[in-house]
Design a protein around this ligand. Structure first.
Ligand code: NAP
Length: 319
């Protein structure tokens, strides 16, 4: 039997391609001199897609009549039109759980870096200012006495909450649902969460439903000691409103790992001394990215060898 044809629209880690190559015929769109010609040539045969961080939209799905599965590298899959895939019986898989602890660690690190101004303190030392000007200025912010509000108390949100408790923080949360068996304080709206806390951790997924949930109103509710940490998706935050709030002192500081138009970061944020900016590194260790990559391979081989996948997304359950 011939090996199933898999479309790889954008570069992926070598360990993923190496894991797929023995089982599938891979069509690496990014290597084609004429991508449109390659797509025209293979579209009728493609049965699976392996993708990382790039859009898989309705138009592409409609061009692939034999498509059965889209295996996404990443737990967030707002880059894939999963609802549309669901209507066509196409399975979408993601890579949950294997990255939860790594991302939670990064979120806590970013929170402390932001509140205690650690990147600026390190720059102070490297620039020789410790010698020429003396001690780094005392930070206005401290983690002591802070209350954490989590938007999106899911797998990663819960892992962040556990860590925050160990740091002595009280934890509140907002999501669409109050969760059973969870001791943290629930708020039915994001504004009421922001009013109750001074540190807001964003871990909700991207997509239309959460787009610009954090804007002027939420930032004002958070107040002048307020700190926003975004480890979820850039689209959740209105970046113009955030930059303005940081500039005016509506809130104290922000730490961002994700941006609306990655890899481009608005100049207004780059210019601010009270913003700590990371290039989407939440899960970016070799070990964790390998575990995510293995899950992409296992989902694709599982589907074509046994008609089963490990981690289908909610919109495309496998019975
Ligand atoms: P998860 O377990 O599905 O948790 C998502 C949480 O968001 C749930 O608690 C859900 O609660 C809440 N939520 C969903 N839609 C919402 C809405 N419209 N309004 C308010 N809350 C909403 O996902 P996870 O594994 O924790 O991952 C969370 C997100 O982190 C991913 O989607 C991804 O975007 C991001 N992420 C970022 C990195 C990075 O490198 N920075 C790495 C991994 C993941 P309800 O259902 O009750 O609303």
């Amino acid at each position: 039997m011939s090996r199933p044809d898999i479309l790889v629209p954008a570069p992926m880690r070598d360990m993923i391609l190496g894991g797929l190559e023995p089982h599938f015929t891979l069509h690496k769109l990014y290597e084609a001199a004429d991508r449109e010609a390659m797509l025209r040539d293979v579209a009728e045969r493609i049965r699976g897609i392996a993708i990382s961080f790039r859009p898989i939209d309705k138009a592409l799905v409609d061009r692939l009549p034999k498509l059965e599965i889209v295996a996404n590298f990443g737990v967030g899959y707002d880059n894939v039109d999963a609802a549309y895939c669901g209507t066509k019986g196409i399975i979408v898989t993601n890579t949950p759980d294997v990255l939860t602890d790594e991302v939670a660690d990064t979120a806590i690190a970013l929170m402390i870096m932001t509140i205690r101004e650690l990147p600026a303190a390190e720059r102070w030392l490297r620039q020789g200012k410790w010698v020429s000007q003396g001690a780094f200025p005392l930070t206005r912010g401290t983690l002591r006495g802070r209350t954490l509000g989590i938007l999106g108390l899911g797998r990663i949100g819960k892992a962040i909450a556990e860590r925050a408790e160990a740091f002595g923080m009280a934890v509140h949360y907002h999501g669409r649902n109050r969760q059973d068996g969870v001791g943290y304080t629930y708020h039915p709206s994001l504004v009421s969460l922001a009013e109750a806390v001074d540190t807001l951790m964003l871990v909700a997924p991207g997509g239309e439903e959460t787009r610009h949930m954090v804007g002027e109103r939420v930032l004002e509710a958070l107040g002048p000691q307020g700190v926003v940490i975004n480890i979820g998706r850039g689209s959740v935050v209105n970046e113009t409103a955030l930059a303005e709030a940081l500039r005016k002192g509506t809130i104290l500081a922000a730490g961002l790992d994700v941006f609306e138009n990655e890899p481009h970061v608005p100049q207004a944020l780059l210019d601010l001394p009270n913003a700590v900016l990371l290039p989407h590194v939440g899960s970016a260790s070799e070990a964790t990215r390998n575990a995510m990559g293995q899950l992409v391979v296992d989902n694709l081989t599982g589907w074509f060898h046994h008609r089963t996948v490990l981690t289908p997304v909610a919109e495309t359950p496998v019975s």
